[in-house]
Write a protein that binds this ligand. Structure first.
Ligand SMILES: [Zn+2]
Length: 506
C-alpha cells in the first residue's frame, strides 16, 4: 500500500494556461483546472488556487476538451483494417472466417490494444466495444480484450457480439441458393447454443477482475434476426440482473430492415420493443433504416443510437437521420465502427462525417444537425450510451479528468475562429498533443506513455502473417460464397422499403 499522505499530495494537479472548450457557447476561454485523483474538482479563472505540492501541468497554447467517446467499435477489427474495399455489410459478414478467424487470446489482446492506441492518439478516451469470439464469447477472451484497454489506460464498455444463428441461417432463403458444397462449409460455422453463451457471460461477469469504473461488461445480441427470441429474452434478463448495457445492430442495412419485416411482420425495433429490450441501457448501433415510429419508441424509452456515418457510407448502407433521432429525444452517440469496415478509429472524422451526412440529406438547413449537437453527441451522448453519464463527456467539477489537449499552433487551429465548429469540421486528430484519462497522462507530446508502439507493431505484423496463413481457407471460402451473397442480398434490398413495409418484405 502507498502511504496515504504522500499519495494524496502527488494526486493533486492543476492544469494552467489552457483554454477550456465550452461546446454549447462556441467559446474557449482561458481557465485553470484542478484535479484530485482521477476527478476534476474545480475549473476557474487563470491563477486558480491549488494546494501546496500540487503538480502543475502546462497547457499554454492548448485547447482543452473532454475526451471523445467512441460509441461503437469492434476490438477484433483492428488487425483486419484495410483488408477489403467493395464490401456491403452482408459481404463483410461473409468475410468473418477470413478476416476474424483463428484468433488466439494473444491476438484478441493485440487487436484490442491496436484500436485503443489509435483511439487515444486521436483524442478518444472511452469506447463501446463489441468484440467477436466464435462460436461464443468466453471469460478468457473478454479478459484479453479488457486487459488491452486497461493496459493502454482507456475506458471501455465491452459488450461481446452474441448470436445463435449464423448470417446464412438468419437471411431467409439464402441457404437454399447455396450449392451443396457451400452449404456443408457454412454448416461448420454454426454458433454455440444460446444457453452456453449466456452461461459463459454469467461466468465472465462473476470472475471479472478489472476495475468496472474503467472497463465494464455489457451484452450485444448482435443482430435481432441472428438471435432467437428466447436468446434475446435471456439477454434482457441477464442485463437486468447485473444492470448491464445492451447493444444491438438494428436496421443497419436495407437487407436487415427488409428481413425484419419478412420475419416479424414489423420493424426490428418494434420486435425488440416487444421482447423488452428497449430502455435507457439499450443502444442501437447504426439505425440507418429506422422509421419515425422506431425513433419515437427509442426516444420515449430513453434509448441511445450509436451513429456511425463512416461505416454506413463505406458499406453502402445509407445515411442515418440524426436530426430525426434528436427530434424524438433519442440519445445519440458517434462511433467509428470496427476498423474492418471504416477503416480507422478516428472520432474526429466520425464527427465531421456526422455533420456532413446530415447536411447532405437535404437543402433544408432546419433539418441539419449543428456542430454543437455533433460534438455533444461525441462527448455526453456517448458517455450516456456507455453508462458513464455524469462521469465523463464534460469538463466540469465532479467529472473524471479525461482531457484532450489540442495544440493551437497546429494548422487546424490557425486562426481560431469558432472552437466548436473547428473541433467538428477542421480537427482530424493532427493537433492532439496530450491526452489525460482519469488524471493520468496517457499521451504526452503525441506519444503513448503506457505502450511501446514499436513493439506492438512488430507483434501485429507477426500476427498478421500467421493469421493470413491460417485463414487462407477462410479467404477461399469467402471468395466462393461472395459470388452468391453478392447477388442474393442486393436482390432483397431492391424492394422499395416503403413497399416492403406494407407487404411484409415480399
Ligand atoms: Zn458494429
Amino acid at each position: 500500500m502507498r502511504p496515504t499522505t504522500k499519495a494524496k499530495k502527488s494526486d493533486v494537479s492543476v492544469i494552467r494556461g489552457g483554454r477550456v472548450l465550452d461546446v454549447r457557447a462556441h467559446r474557449a476561454d482561458a481557465a485553470d483546472i484542478l484535479i484530485v485523483g482521477d476527478t476534476i474538482t474545480e475549473i476557474g479563472a487563470p491563477g486558480l488556487r491549488a494546494p501546496a505540492g500540487a503538480t502543475t501541468i502546462d497547457a499554454r497554447g492548448k485547447l482543452l476538451h473532454a475526451g471523445l467517446v467512441n460509441a461503437h467499435t469492434h476490438a477484433h477489427g483492428n488487425l483486419a483494417k484495410g483488408t477489403g474495399d467493395r464490401w456491403t455489410l452482408e459481404l463483410l459478414l461473409t468475410a468473418g472466417p477470413w478476416i476474424s478467424g483463428n484468433r488466439s487470446l494473444e491476438d484478441r489482446y493485440l487487436s484490442a490494444k491496436l484500436g485503443a492506441v489509435e483511439m487515444v492518439l486521436k483524442g478518444c478516451t472511452a469506447a463501446y466495444d463489441l468484440p467477436l469470439e466464435w462460436p461464443a464469447p468466453t471469460p478468457e477472451g473478454l479478459d484479453a480484450v479488457g486487459r488491452a484497454y486497461a493496459d493502454v489506460g482507456m475506458r471501455a464498455h465491452m459488450a461481446p457480439m452474441m448470436a445463435d444463428r449464423t448470417f446464412f441461417e438468419a437471411i431467409p432463403g439464402l441457404m437454399d441458393v447455396l450449392t451443396p458444397g457451400m452449404r456443408k462449409d457454412v454448416e461448420k460455422l454454426r454458433l454455440a447454443p444460446w444457453k452456453t453463451t449466456i452461461a459463459n457471460m454469467r461466468k465472465a461477469l462473476k470472475s471479472w477482475s478489472l476495475d468496472r469504473g474503467r472497463v465494464r461488461l455489457g451484452l450485444a445480441p448482435t443482430i435481432p434476426h441472428h438471435c432467437s427470441d428466447d436468446f434475446i429474452r435471456a439477454s434482457v434478463d441477464l442485463a437486468k440482473e447485473y444492470e448491464l448495457g445492451l447493444h444491438t445492430h438494428v436496421a443497419e442495412s436495407k437487407v436487415q430492415a427488409i428481413v425484419g419485416l419478412k420475419l416479424y411482420g414489423k420493424t426490428l425495433t418494434a420486435h425488440l420493443d416487444d421482447l423488452g429490450v428497449l430502455g435507457p441501457r439499450f443502444t442501437v448501433a447504426h439505425g440507418v433504416w429506422l422509421d419515425a415510429d422506431d425513433m419515437r419508441r427509442l426516444g420515449d424509452q430513453g434509448a441511445s443510437v450509436a451513429h456511425n456515418p463512416g461505416s454506413n457510407l463505406r458499406l453502402g448502407n445509407g445515411l442515418a437521420d440524426m436530426r430525426g433521432m434528436l427530434d424524438r429525444h433519442v440519445n445519440v452517440g458517434v462511433g467509428t465502427d470496427g476498423a474492418n469496415c471504416s477503416d480507422n478509429q478516428n472520432v474526429y472524422e466520425a464527427m465531421r462525417l456526422a455533420s456532413f451526412v446530415s447536411k447532405g440529406q437535404s437543402p433544408d438547413i432546419e433539418r441539419w444537425v449543428t456542430t454543437e449537437e455533433v460534438a455533444l453527441a461525441a462527448m455526453e451522448g456517448g458517455a450516456r450510451a456507455l453508462g458513464f453519464a455524469d462521469q465523463i463527456g464534460r469538463l466540469a467539477p465532479g467529472y473524471k479528468a479525461d482531457i484532450v489537449f489540442l495544440d493551437l499552433g497546429h494548422p487546424n487551429w490557425i486562426p481560431l475562429n469558432d472552437p466548436t465548429n473547428q473541433l467538428v469540421h477542421t480537427e482530424d486528430g493532427g493537433a492532439v498533443a496530450h491526452v489525460m484519462i482519469g488524471g493520468r497522462m496517457v499521451v504526452q507530446d503525441r506519444r503513448l506513455t503506457t505502450v511501446d508502439v514499436a513493439a506492438l507493431a512488430r507483434e501485429a505484423e507477426a500476427a498478421r502473417e500467421r493469421l493470413a496463413r491460417l485463414n487462407a481457407p477462410g479467404k477461399e471460402l469467402y471468395e466462393r460464397l461472395a459470388t452468391v451473397v453478392d447477388r442474393f442480398c442486393p436482390g432483397l434490398a431492391h424492394v422499395p422499403y416503403h413497399v416492403a413495409r406494407y407487404v411484409g418484405g415480399a
